[in-house]
Write a protein that binds this ligand. Sequence first.
Ligand SMILES: O=C(O)COP(=O)(O)O
Ligand SMILES: [Mg+2]
Length: 226
Amino acid sequence: MKFKALVVDIDGTITCENRELHLGAVKKIRTLKVPVVLATGNILCYARTTSRLIGLDGAVIAENGGAVTVRYDLNGIFEGSIEECEKAFSFLSRHFKLTKLDPMYRKTEIALRRDFDLEEARALLQTQPYDIELVDTKYAIHIKSIKINKGIGLQKLAGMMSLEAEDFVAIGDSANDAEMFEAAGFGIAVANGDERIKEVANYVTEASFGDGAIEAIEFLELNGWI
Ligand SMILES: O=C(O)COP(=O)(O)O
Ligand SMILES: [Mg+2]
């Protein structure tokens, strides 16, 4: 097997347990010759800034696939249905006290503080006609379109880079990385990953957080896959 690029989740994957950027993982990424794309549930400017500060070229998937850019000097492509997310948010707000995260910057979905009963909210949402799902990343709960995810974002971005999604190895830690693992040629979950991502992973590291990302890259190098 030979892969042409990496797509790497941010929170929980190249961070430490306290959410600081993991400098060892950054150092390791900087040694790579293949392109590295960042994929996050966070907002586009967060993803672009992280890419810039790591020393990458600005190819990012943000808002769980709702926002994609291939370089810093190009505008993002936004795709999603924030209106439908807002309807689901209004509906759920009748049952829970919800707090939005970064609403002024988030364009295609809604992220919420994780302080309400997710299972109850999911059950309530099932009674409604929206094409919306709730995804828990362990950092936030996202109200997002079922038609948008990091896997679809990866397909779009791969096309913009004249690559296929299968040319990528994906590294991640949570449920919002699952479709990206399915679209990519190979998926590696870090040890702190949740049940869902470990289920779809081709390989699970022994180390957690940024140390897990380093181990994942070393595993690929050792096999000659990148
Ligand atoms: O935005 C989140 O909730 C988590 O972000 P991540 O996709 O980089 O882990
Ligand atoms: Mg993550």
